[in-house]
Design a protein around this ligand. Structure first.
Ligand SMILES: Nc1ncnc2c1ncn2[C@@H]1O[C@H](COP(=O)(O)OP(=O)(O)OP(=O)(O)O)[C@@H](O)[C@H]1O
Ligand SMILES: [Mg+2]
Length: 256
C-alpha cells in the first residue's frame, strides 16, 4: 500500500490505540477500489493546482502582450476587434486559473449580489467574435431579474458553456437569443439557438458526466454546469427539436 493511500485510510477509518487500522483487513475489493479512486482524484487535484499555479505567469505575459498589440492596432478595425477578443479570452483563462487555485486553497471567492444579465453579458463578451465569424446573430432580450447572491464567475462559466454548445450546434450560422424574465415565484435566463437540435436519446443522456457527441468534447460542460447551478439554488431545463434548435433555461426560485 503506498504511503498516501495509507494516510488516507487512517483519516477515513481512524487508528486503533495500538496503531493498527481497524477494518483494514476486512476491506473488500469495492472499498479498496473506492479508496484508490479517491487517491487518484486527489492526485489529479494536486497536479491541477500545480498546473494552475505555473500557467499563470505565461498567461500574464500573453495577456499583457495582447493588450499592447490591441492598443497599437489603431484604426485597423478587424485586427483590433480580434485582439480585444483574444485579450478577453486570456483574461477569462487567468480568472479560471485563479479559481482553481482558490478552490485548492479552500476559498470559493466572493459571493455577492449579481443579476443573470450581468453574468450573461460577461460570457457573451467572450463569444461574440466567434458568433460573428460563424454568421450567428446575437439577440438580447433583457427583462428584469432580481439581484441575487451568487459566484459571478461560476454562473458566467455556465452561460459560457451553454453559448458554446449553441455555437457548435450552428456551424452554418443562425441566431442565438438570450432572454431573461421573471414572475412571482422564479426568474430565469433562456438561451435559444436555431441549430440542429437534439435527438430524444441525446436529451435523455444530457448532463451525465462524460457524455458528448463531439469529437473533441469532454462531455463535462453540462454536468459541471448543473452542479454549479445547484450550489446557487438553480437548475437547467432543456427543450429541443431535431432540425429546429434548442432552448436551454437557467432557472432560479425567488427567495421568500
Ligand atoms: N444547444 C445544443 N444543441 C445541440 N446539442 C447540444 C446542445 N447543447 C448540448 N448538446 C449536446 O449535449 C452534449 C453534452 O454537452 P456538454 O456541454 O456537456 O459537453 P460537450 O459540449 O460535448 O463537451 P465540452 O463542453 O467539453 O466542449 C453535446 O455533446 C451535444 O451533443
Ligand atoms: Mg459543452
Amino acid at each position: 500500500m503506498n504511503e498516501t493511500l495509507r494516510r488516507l485510510m487512517e483519516r477515513l477509518l481512524g487508528k486503533t490505540e495500538d496503531g493498527r487500522l481497524p477494518g483494514a483487513p476486512s476491506l473488500d475489493g469495492t472499498a479498496m477500489e473506492a479508496l484508490l479512486r479517491l487517491e487518484r482524484l486527489a492526485q489529479i487535484g494536486r497536479m491541477t493546482a500545480a498546473f494552475a499555479h505555473d500557467a499563470r505567469t505565461p498567461m500574464h505575459v500573453i495577456s499583457s502582450a495582447l493588450e499592447t498589440m490591441a492598443a497599437g492596432a489603431g484604426g485597423r478595425g478587424a485586427a483590433r476587434v480580434e485582439l480585444r477578443a483574444a485579450q478577453r479570452s486570456s483574461k477569462k483563462l487567468l480568472h479560471m486559473l485563479n479559481d482553481i487555485l482558490d478552490f485548492a486553497k479552500g476559498e470559493r471567492g466572493p459571493i455577492k449580489d449579481h443579476t443573470l444579465e450581468e453574468a450573461a453579458e460577461a460570457a457573451l463578451s467572450l463569444v461574440e467574435t466567434t458568433c460573428s465569424k460563424h454568421g450567428i446573430a446575437v439577440k438580447r432580450l433583457w427583462g428584469r431579474t432580481p439581484a441575487t447572491k451568487f459566484h459571478l464567475r461560476a454562473i458566467e462559466g455556465v452561460f459560457y458553456n451553454v453559448f458554446n454548445n449553441a455555437i457548435d450546434a450552428m456551424p452554418d450560422g443562425g441566431s442565438l437569443t438570450v432572454k431573461t424574465a421573471s414572475n412571482k415565484k422564479s426568474f430565469w435566463a433562456s438561451v435559444r439557438d436555431t441549430g440542429g437540435g437534439m435527438s430524444p436519446e441525446t436529451l435523455a443522456r444530457l448532463s451525465s458526466p462524460g457524455f458528448t457527441t463531439k469529437e473533441s468534447g469532454s462531455g463535462m460542460g453540462l454536468y459541471l454546469s448543473r452542479q454549479i447551478l445547484a450550489e446557487s439554488g438553480g437548475e437547467l431545463d432543456f427543450e429541443s427539436q431535431e432540425g429546429k434548435g434548442t432552448t436551454v433555461t437557467l432557472r432560479f426560485k425567488r427567495k421568500t
